[in-house]
Design a protein around this ligand. Structure first.
Ligand SMILES: Nc1ncnc2c1ncn2[C@@H]1O[C@H](COP(=O)(O)OP(=O)(O)O)[C@@H](O)[C@H]1O
Ligand SMILES: [Mg+2]
Length: 328
């Protein structure tokens, strides 16, 4: 339903979006996750034909955003970071105005206005001026205008930003309910948002794609296959942590070894490994061959937050390892 290939946007000084590619299947609800400045809004503006890409391409519902923008736009509902609401218009007046812009009229338009007011729970503020609405209601009117023409694809830019916890829950539920009938991509810089709302996640950082995965896989990853806890004991009742560290860091694939705790001749270490490298067997052998006892070897649990930080942080584990490797 959404197909993005090597999409790039360069400004004078920054490359806001740098060769990102991804696909979103029909009916999916996808979280577009990344810290502030990652390039989320820029990507969404390109997908919604508001901003021409510097290079690369994107199609929405089969239409190229650069070559067939009118056809593409007809199939897209867009909720920008700040919804373009006119404070002096009544909610229903505004929806009528947007509906007409999208080519609706007559009975069909009336029906759609009723439908979106009901769907977005704004029926009780139809006659209120937009300027008088609370932030939560404004956001719902923003969603209502995005779905007024029943688009295949919904593109929502930080739909819960600035809302209070109750409004956040209501908006999440609303979005989940819309998922059945639309393909949705929503951006956020908040991790739990993705966990609670989306099936798939696309993570970007500094304009680059860093991961695309199902939320389930990301959670599995969070349970930690890439970091292990080792408890080691010296045979004569003492263990010298620096010696252990020196030995373990030599094991292929290991990027970092840190001492967590030391007590009664036992020491606990956390061993970080490079992505995709299973080092447990080699670690166990290294310990035993060095004449130490291996009391315990288990995966370190890692929160989703840590996975996200690892993927988007200034210094990822892979970079740490690379920096270490570069030293003489
Ligand atoms: N019109 C613009 N001119 C120059 N730089 C811009 C412009 N819009 C965005 N940027 C830069 O592009 C990067 C990505 O911004 P943005 O897409 O808004 O990120 P996000 O929505 O993920 O917070 C930022 O470094 C931002 O400063
Ligand atoms: Mg943004």
């Amino acid at each position: 339903m959404i197909n993005v290939k090597e999409l790039t946007k360069r400004y004078a000084r920054t490359t806001a979006v740098d060769h990102i590619s991804f696909e979103v299947g029909k009916g999916q609800i996808v979280g577009f996750l990344g810290p502030n400045g990652a390039g989320k809004t820029t990507t969404m503006r390109m997908l919604t034909c508001f901003l021409p890409p510097s290079s690369g391409s994107a199609t929405v519902a089969g239409f190229d955003v650069l070559e067939q923008p009118l056809e593409a736009k007809r199939r897209i509902g867009y909720l920008p970071e700040t919804p373009p609401l006119y404070p002096e218009m009544e909610a229903s007046e505004y929806l009528r105005f947007v509906g007409k812009l999208k080519g609706l009229s007559g009975e069909e338009l009336d029906k759609r206005i009723d439908y979106v007011c009901d769907r977005c729970a704004i029926a009780d503020v139809r006659k209120k001026l937009l300027g008088k609405l609370s932030k939560g209601y404004r956001q719902r009117v923003g969603l209502a205008q995005a779905i007024i023409h029943n688009p295949d694809v919904l593109i929502l830019d930080e739909p819960t930003a600035g809302l209070d916890p109750k409004q956040i829950n209501e908006t999440r539920d609303l979005i989940k309910n819309l998922a059945g009938s639309h393909t949705i991509i929503l951006s956020t810089h908040i991790l739990p948002e993705v966990e609670q709302t989306c099936e798939q996640v696309i993570i970007i950082n500094k304009g680059k794609l860093v991961a695309t995965d199902s939320v389930r896989n990301l959670q599995a990853r969070a349970r930690g296959a890439e970091s292990v806890i080792l408890e080691i004991a010296g045979r004569n009742g003492t263990v010298e942590p620096t010696l252990v560290q020196q030995r373990l860091v030599k094991v292929s694939g290991v990027s970092n070894v840190s001492l967590k705790n030391q007590q009664d001749g036992r020491a606990i270490f956390e061993v970080e490994s490079q992505k995709g490298q299973l080092v447990r067997g080699d670690l166990a052998r290294a310990v035993v061959e060095s004449g130490w006892d291996l009391n315990e070897l288990r995966p370190a649990s890692m929160s989703l937050e840590e996975v996200f930080l690892q993927l988007t942080g200034n210094e990822t584990l892979a970079e740490k390892a690379a920096a270490k490797g570069a030293q003489p």
